[in-house]
Design a protein around this ligand. Structure first.
Ligand SMILES: Nc1ncnc2c1ncn2[C@@H]1O[C@H](COP(=O)(O)OP(=O)(O)OP(=O)(O)O)[C@@H](O)[C@H]1O
Ligand SMILES: [Mg+2]
Length: 92
């Protein structure tokens, strides 16, 4: 079958993202190697039990938190290496 749909560019790309919260002597691994690709106009629902790690990736994608390891790009912008002034513009 030949598809006539135009391929959409990759919009959100997470590669091997880890998030570890340190609380006193404890380490909570909230994300363990998240790989995620979302294309423009794609809609994704995050579903899971309380504490399974839904808000954590959303906070990272919004630029409110940074991962412990891995890469995150949105519309080709490298979220990890953004300066705080660039993150401010990104929020706007
Ligand atoms: N600031 C933090 N400090 C320490 N641990 C945290 C912090 N934020 C999240 N965690 C831990 O990381 C894990 C994932 O948390 P997250 O908030 O992403 O879950 P959630 O799926 O959004 O939960 P809920 O459905 O209750 O909103 C949980 O074990 C949580 O206790
Ligand atoms: Mg949550």
């Amino acid at each position: 079958m030949i598809s006539t749909m135009k391929p959409q560019p990759e919009h959100v790309v997470c590669t091997d993202v880890f998030k570890i919260f340190k609380v006193a002597d404890l380490e909570v691994v909230a994300l363990r190697g998240l790989d995620l690709t979302l294309y423009q106009s794609e809609v994704l629902a995050l579903v899971g039990a309380s504490g399974s790690g839904k808000s954590t990736p959303l906070n990272i994608l919004a630029g409110y938190d940074s991962p412990s390891a891995g890469q995150v790009t949105i519309a080709g912008r490298d979220l990890i290496n953004m300066k705080s002034s660039e993150i401010e513009k990104f929020h706007r």
